[in-house]
Ligand binder design. Structure first.
Ligand SMILES: [Zn+2]
Length: 404
């Protein structure tokens, strides 16, 4: 979020920019804020005075400054606003309630059947209860789903794994909940979370790759998530890798995900004689951890295919680095046995040194990512669409709402 070379923000935008800086970078001194935003110290003094009076920010410890008296650090009042995040899956909705700095206050999971004719009514009902139970000032609701979403603001969803085609999720939820609602592809929500609280603080162009039931990718380019023409960018799970390969959930055959998503691994595990007819991915993982070489070979082969596919994506997108996460990360050591060599070998020599990093995984991260759609838009005046503007307005109103 360096403002070098950009015009200095004015008025409301300065308030949003100060909140955004403190939200994404953590506690900062007034001098650091002025430097980062490219505004005058007098403007920062005036703006922070208003934000202090509205109890959106607070004074923290002092830190030594160059020469003069110690500088006071300013930080967000993390309870000044909160968000609800929901991850919709084929059998449940995972929910979290978070504070302004991303701290998780509560989490739960509610059974959900997306194939029911009244599935959207049921989703409205689940989120209505979550909104009613939320304590404090709610900035909005973020929803992540395994599918293509045309835009965060309109929230029209195509999700084959949920059986949804042009489902008007955003509009239905907004009508039912009467708060801002942002909807996005679930992997893109993880990328949004990284952009505010993770590697986005250090890097502006990177891939967020998920390994688990499916294989997904969020593409962050120059600080924003690339969505493509229909919200379908980053579907690396459907890169074709074989002519007559296994059937994929998308209806085609031979997709990367059909080979190395959880179902593909289970089939490979059965073929290798590790798994019986009723065994699943948990048994394959257990066998690999117990030292079964056949199970480890299944993961290494999957790693090989992933490495080859990702090398192609790196050539197209040219990211600074690749971040790997998802349910499958607990078995990453076995994937890596095949991934490392294959990834490097298929990269052009000039790109061969690119770093990839792995992140440990907690199941609640999907829903936290969804909540970060709201938190990211509360900090970023560039988030397009009316919903982002509504979230920012609600944050500015937070103090008066909290006092009433
Ligand atoms: Zn496919």
């Amino acid at each position: 979020m360096s403002q070098m070379g950009q015009p200095a923000p004015k008025g409301d935008l300065v308030r949003a920019a100060v909140l955004g800086l403190l939200g994404t970078r953590g506690p900062s001194s007034r001098a650091e804020i002025a430097r980062s935003l490219g505004v005058s110290p007098a403007t920062v003094t005036q703006t922070t005075k208003e934000l202090l009076a509205r109890e959106l920010i607070t004074e923290l410890d002092s830190v030594p400054s160059q020469g003069g008296r110690p500088a006071r650090l300013l930080g967000l009042v993390r309870t000044a606003g909160g968000a609800i995040g929901a991850k919709v899956t084929a059998d449940h909705v995972a929910l979290v309630s978070v504070d302004l700095d991303g701290t998780v206050r509560a989490s739960s999971a509610v059974p959900f059947d997306p194939a029911r004719p009244a599935a959207l009514d049921a989703l409205c009902e689940i989120l209505h209860e979550a909104v009613a139970a939320h304590e404090g000032h709610l900035l909005g609701v973020g929803v992540g789903l395994p599918g293509a979403v045309d835009s965060q603001a309109s929230g029209i969803v195509d999700a084959p794994t949920l059986g949804w085609d042009r489902a008007p999720v955003g509009q239905r939820l907004r009508d039912a909940l009467l708060v801002p609602v942002l909807v996005d592809n679930d992997v893109n929500t993880l990328a949004a979370a990284e952009s505010v609280y993770g590697i986005g603080r250090e890097h502006s162009s990177y891939l967020v790759v998920t390994i688990g039931l499916g294989i997904g990718c969020g593409i962050v380019s120059h600080g924003s998530v690339s969505r493509g023409a229909h919200g379908g960018a980053g579907e690396i799970g459907h890169i074709p890798v074989s002519e007559d390969g296994p059937l994929c959930g998308c209806g085609n055959s031979g997709c990367l995900e059909a080979h190395i998503g959880a179902h593909g691994l289970i089939v490979a595990g059965r073929t290798a004689g590790v798994l019986g007819a009723s065994d699943g991915i948990a048994q394959l993982a257990a066998a690999a951890h117990a030292g079964d070489q056949r199970a480890r070979h299944v993961y290494a082969e999957a790693g090989r295919l992933l490495g080859r596919g990702l090398a192609g994506v790196v050539h197209v997108i040219d990211p600074e680095l690749v971040l790997l996460m998802g349910e499958g990360m607990t078995e990453w050591a076995f994937w890596q046995a095949g991934f490392e060599e294959s990834f490097r070998r298929h990269l052009m020599p000039a790109r061969r040194g690119i770093s990839y990093i792995t992140e440990s995984w907690a199941e609640s991260q999907w829903a936290v990512g969804a909540a970060c759609l709201v938190l990211a838009s509360s900090f970023d005046a560039n988030t397009p669409g009316a919903q982002g503007a509504l979230v920012r307005a609600r944050l500015q109103d937070a103090a008066s709402a909290g006092a009433s």
